[in-house]
Write a protein that binds this ligand. Structure first.
Ligand code: SF4
Ligand code: ZN
Length: 389
């Protein structure tokens, strides 16, 4: 490594948590702030017995004893490629069975982003023999969206699978970057609600039985952590890997919820799936990342803690929140689009109207005025007077 830097910088480059090691030079301990010159020789010694630094990976497959290609600390196991693929499929099969996610003849709509999770999900569902059609939603996020759409199209061609392509700008008049600058919601908030709305709507319009999404264990654990920190019990109640169909709401399932992000990435890589590795350029505003970081930090010291947190929640606590499924008791049809909602207009129609600078109804409608007044309406879209009408 190049010297002339502090111990802290060297450890950062090696992705080593300074709390887990001693840094030694000439039998002297170095602090994080000390400088290490180019020709110096240092020892980085793990201090946690049985911890990350001292551990020796098992390099043979747990099932067949052939050389392993991946080690999973959570399972205290390593797998060769065929056995890892089997492990991955077994976890998906178990998830589907445990939560009655899919029937063999179901028409499944897979929400495809072009990333590792959604393509791994689509791949494994096709391999397991399900009728799985992909749906790619074009968000209009520059080159990132162009590449994602291309990857999804290529995957569909290679697997001879059907792909629906819906473009937000062409069909609904706005894209996600503009939504982030014009509306009162954050970019990721509009993006998330647009996805939920459109996957549901397209599934209903095309007669699909179920929507499958590629949420993995890390996603679900991070969401659960965020919901728990704020005790958002209605959201916690919806954190089930399978939500049954209701009037106007198609069934939703998350067959990858038992598999970590690293496992889905490894599966996609080993299956030869070309997926978009880059993050969405707008991800900086996504609060879920902070929760993922926190959990990864915990996981580094306690392998398996993430799974214990989320899968333990499903086993021991989720049922206690089931009565609180968020506001779905009194669903009515959105006055604009007819999709189910709890107010007069659904969140998608409201967000879209804000971005496009449209009014959803005449100002004389006092009931609506009250509803809209509860939102912070951007002056640039509604004008100053629009706030109080
Ligand atoms: Fe959408 Fe935010 Fe995810 Fe980007 S990071 S795809 S804007 S939710
Ligand atoms: Zn609507």
């Amino acid at each position: 490594m190049t010297g002339g830097r502090t111990v802290k910088d060297l450890l950062a480059e090696l992705a080593i948590d300074p709390e887990t090691v001693l840094v030694i030079k000439d039998r002297t301990l170095l602090t994080r702030q000390e400088r290490v010159e180019d020709d110096a020789s240092i020892e980085i010694r793990p201090v946690i017995s049985g911890g990350a630094g001292a551990r020796r990976p098992r390099m043979t497959c747990r099932r067949c004893r052939r050389p392993a290609v991946i080690e999973l600390r959570r399972h205290n196991a390593a797998f060769c490629q065929p056995c890892f693929t089997k492990h991955f499929r077994d976890q998906v099969t178990r998830a589907i069975k445990d939560f009655d996610m899919l029937e063999p003849d179901d028409r499944v709509l897979v929400a495809v982003s072009g990333g590792k999770d959604s393509l791994a999900l689509w791949d494994v569902l096709l391999d397991l023999g399900y009728h799985a059609t992909g749906m790619y939603l074009g968000l209009g996020i520059g080159e990132y969206s162009d590449r994602s759409g291309e990857v999804a199209r290529r995957f569909a061609e290679e697997r001879s699978a059907d792909l629906l392509h819906i473009d937000l700008r062409n069909e609904y008049g706005f894209d996600i970057p503009s939504a982030g600058t014009k509306g009162s919601r954050s970019t990721c908030s509009v993006c998330g609600l647009s996805k939920r709305y459109l996957f549901n709507r397209v599934a209903l319009d095309h007669g699909f039985d179920v929507v499958a999404t590629g949420h993995n264990l890390d996603d679900e654990a991070a969401t659960l952590l965020g919901n728990t920190l704020r005790w958002q019990t209605e959201y916690i109640a919806r954190q089930f890997p399978a939500l049954t169909a209701k009037e106007g709401l198609v069934k939703k399932v998350k067959p990858l919820h038992r598999l970590s992000e690293r496992e889905t990435a490894a599966y996609a890589f080993l299956q030869g799936i070309d997926y978009v590795v880059e993050e969405c350029p707008l991800v900086a505003g996504n609060t879920q990342l902070r929760y993922k970081d926190t959990l990864n930090h915990l996981e580094a010291g306690s392998p398996g803690i993430k799974a214990a947190f989320y899968l333990g929640f499903l086993d021991s606590a989720a049922d206690r929140f089931r009565d609180e499924v968020a506001g779905e008791g009194d669903l009515v049809a959105c006055s604009r689009c007819g999709q189910p909602t709890t107010g007069r207009f659904c969140a998608f129609c409201r967000a879209r109207a804000q971005v496009l600078g449209e009014r959803l109804a005449w100002p004389a409608d006092s009931q609506l005025s009250r509803e809209l007044a509860e939102e912070v309406l951007p002056v640039g879209v509604y004008g100053e007077a629009g706030r109080n009408r």
